[in-house]
Write a protein that binds this ligand. Structure first.
Ligand code: PRP
Ligand code: ZN
Length: 288
């Protein structure tokens, strides 16, 4: 016990790289872990625990880890008694029903009496109950996608992210059961350890800054002075833009922070309004 904050992340899977990337954006210096189970950050009181994602909710609940990053789907499925601290806006995926590529897409009621393989039995049971479907749930712990070709299920209910796994297994999706993304969860008693709690608060605020920065871009451009009002109307700025004089006194430079996804919507309007030398720059961090 070294008093470090213990954060569990997925050892090997969809969330591993993005979780490490987020932590590095938060300024944590994490060495390459390879096959180690625990790695300490070089410049922060934090130990990273690399675990199977399915085990993370329970380890956080039991205090083996103080906090964890895992899919919301797994937290719900495991019914773990943990604090949902924050959605992290990556690792977005859907728990979906899927069936053989060459079969018909069934109406929900046509699932009556059918066998559905999944590693999310609880979420699937709830879905079936809410939709009054009387299907048989076949619980499988991994490689659910091969169940139909093995003849042990008619359909599957599994995570779809890019859809590659389904395609490889000649399956097609038809209904969403649950929308999921990566979430930060915490042990319910962490507030009682005041030192750890301070560290956690600090980490959360770093994560928030990193997420804000990811959703924003720094926009720089030159505009004719006369177009200022028009340009102001076009820019969905988080705060008011910075307006700077240029050597050419008929021109101005404009700097503004804008939501990342907005740029492509306004780009043409900016050019039409006379903007030139437009630069869009990623923001590494943003403390609000
Ligand atoms: C899920 C699912 C598929 C894959 C789908 O696995 O079981 O294997 O992701 O992704 P794709 O649509 O991009 O092909 P997950 O990452 O949850 O790992 P696990 O099944 O080992 O827990
Ligand atoms: Zn898993």
């Amino acid at each position: 016990m070294n008093g470090n904050l213990k954060l569990a992340i997925q050892k090997n899977g969809r969330l591993t790289d993005k979780s490490l990337q987020l932590l590095r954006t938060c300024g944590l210096d994490i060495e390459n872990y390879k096959d180690r189970l625990i790695v300490s950050a070089r410049n922060y009181d934090l130990d990273l625990l690399f675990l199977r994602d399915d085990d993370i909710p329970e380890y956080v609940q039991d205090g083996v880890a103080d906090i964890g990053i895992v899919g919301e789907d797994v937290v719900i499925e495991k019914e773990a008694d943990v604090e949902m601290i924050k959605k992290l806006a990556y690792g977005k995926c859907r728990l979906m029903l899927a069936g053989p590529e060459d079969g018909n897409i069934p109406e929900l009621h046509q699932l009556d009496g059918k066998r559905i393989a999944t590693s999310y039995p609880k979420i699937l049971f709830n879905f079936l109950r809410n939709n009054k479907i009387d299907a048989k749930v076949i619980q499988i712990s991994g490689s659910v996608e091969i169940a139909p070709s093995l003849g042990i299920a008619d359909y599957i209910c599994d995570i779809v992210s890019t859809g590659n796994t389904l395609k490889l297994n000649k399956l097609k999706k038809f209904t969403t059961v649950f929308d999921s993304e990566a979430v930060l969860i915490g042990n319910k008693n962490i507030e009682k350890d005041s030192e750890k709690y301070v560290k956690l608060k600090n980490l959360i605020s770093r994560i928030e800054s990193a997420l804000n920065a990811k959703n924003s871009k720094y926009l720089m451009m030159n505009i004719p002075k006369a177009a200022l009002e028009k340009i102001r109307e076009i820019i969905p700025s988080l705060s008011s833009p910075t307006i700077l004089p240029l050597a050419n006194d008929k021109m101005l430079a404009i700097h503004a922070v804008i939501p990342s996804d907005k740029f492509w919507e306004i780009q043409e309007d900016l050019i039409n309004a006379g903007a030139s030398g437009i630069l869009l720059i990623p923001i590494e961090n943003m403390i609000l």
